[in-house]
Design a protein around this ligand. Sequence first.
Ligand code: NFS
Ligand code: SF4
Length: 653
Amino acid sequence: MAGKRRNRRLPDELAVDQASIAMLEKASADGVTGNAFSRADDQGNACKVGLAGVCCRICHMGPCTISDRRPGICGATTDTVAARNLLREVAAGAAAHSGHGRDLALLLKAVSEGRIGNYQIRDEARLRAAARTWGLEEAGRDALPVAGDLADAFLQEFTLQEGKLKSLSLAPEPRQAIWDSLEIAPAGIDVTVVEALHRSNMGTDHDYKNLVRGALKTAVADGWAGSMIATTVADILFGTPKPIRARANLGVLEEEQVNVLVHGHEPALTEILIAASRDPEIVEAARNVGAEGVNLAGICCTANEVLMRHGVPVAGNFLQQELAIITGAVEVMITDVQCCMASLPEVARCYHTKIVTSNPIAKNVDAEPVDFDPSRALECAKEILHKAIANFPNRDPNKVAIPEQQSSLVAGFSNETLFGILGGTYRRSFRPLNDAIISGRIRGICGIVGCTNARGGRMDDYIIRLSREMIARDIIVLQTGCAAVACGKAGLLTPESALELAGPGLREVCEAVGIPPILHMGSCVDNSRILMAATYVVEEGGLGNDLSQLPAIGAAPEWMSEKAVAIGHYFVASGVDVVLGRPFHTSGSESVTQYLCEGLEADVGARFHFISDPEQAVEVICAHIEKKRDALGINKKAERKLFDMKDRRELHV
Ligand code: NFS
Ligand code: SF4
């Protein structure tokens, strides 16, 4: 690094899990020049203007640094610029999720036409249910033509020029009415992202509230359509997740095997890699180089996808991608799209590890591209595995140190599975969950999702503390993404240990119905599952008729990605408050920040809370949940009990 080296934090100030701490210590001994944490330290304090969201560079009279006293050359104020920048973040996040959804919809189309032999319809019931949901005929028809029609319907959701998305009808009707009245019911996903870029273009939308509503609209297209489609097609093609035991943390890497890490978000290639890694030809090739076999493990959300469906172990979440390489035991890391750090080849240079990119829109000049073509998926998968096997003899035993830490976990809680567990085989129902919430044994629902962040506190710490405290207070936790992996590593995703930490009410319910208190529901696009879980609770009855009435809240304690900005916005647009462990880059505009954290409540019945302290977050969340319970009138019984004479006497001793 040129220039002066700033103070770097010590390994145990960066992470809570021992495996990560050990790898951070090992890094410098191995000559690794940097990692996300050290680069964060080297960056020093973030640029104040960027942090405040008041830097504008969307035209070439600028860049302009805007303040209350100094508008941009075009006259744009802090309000306009902060809101415009926020909208563009949401558009980028929505584009990422939806690009993933589109790729899968195209794959479904190709499968329906018999063009792609390595994939098939794995869950026909899910296909037929989805066809009915999106208004298609399925009864009495073969699966493949139904899949073709569904793929077409999904692809139309991307391109619909006018009117509104069919997918919106998945939401409770009062919510749809709110979107209509605020004019934030989106047309096609692509069209909406383009509109977001258009309206935030120089000299276009200057009304900050209108821009924020544009962000909500774009996010609705993401959550209820783009991400929803990604989840639905993945279930149809790869199987709907069911509870499955697996392991998480760097200890899942195997000293005696060829280690191949899958990293990114789109699971299509990885699905085939799983089969290929067990192919006798591959196993034989691995043995020929002295390995016992091929060990597949994952990083980030590709990991969550194959964890949920196949029990493939998770080596780590976002900030562990470099640390996994530092074990010295990874032959190949395959990246697809999103959240794969630019630094991977640089870190890999200190070891024998090969970084292989697999998507034509996500390359790295220092990595090896293998352009993945679904029509020759097995061939591609084998090519990659052979690369890894050939690389095994290059491993330097002196540089290998696989941490022993790995935790067992249970993942795979799709709604389809929850219906079965809660309602039994004959009656698909969320009833026991609603009853437990109404009776107060479960106080409410908290979705804890999102990334980990190299700036700020120790990796995973906020997520874990919040999750533990939620279940201790009888709040059931739904998780996805890197937050779920954080809890997995901390041992919170085994039913046994989580039950011990759960409050008495939550524990009783979980034991009775057979679910753990923290439910791992999948990858980040699977936040669509959380939207649907909340919707099913509304539909089950007894807890109001809109999502905004539920004693429910979302939290992204350590978020960093534009995708998280989009997710936060679709939850708020859906009527669910969202707690963020760090604020958006809008502090340069008081009006925008106030609208996000207060004003939106009047428009959509929900708002954002920026809370950097986990303990304060716990209090805010509990207060929010109790407020919603009060409004529903389901706290009455408990209040009467609280104030009976015996309790009163006890209060006075
Ligand atoms: Ni979500 Fe998953 Fe992780 Fe954040 Fe990245 S992997 S898509 S964006 S960092 S949770
Ligand atoms: Fe500056 Fe306005 Fe151009 Fe932005 S759009 S760079 S504020 S002149």
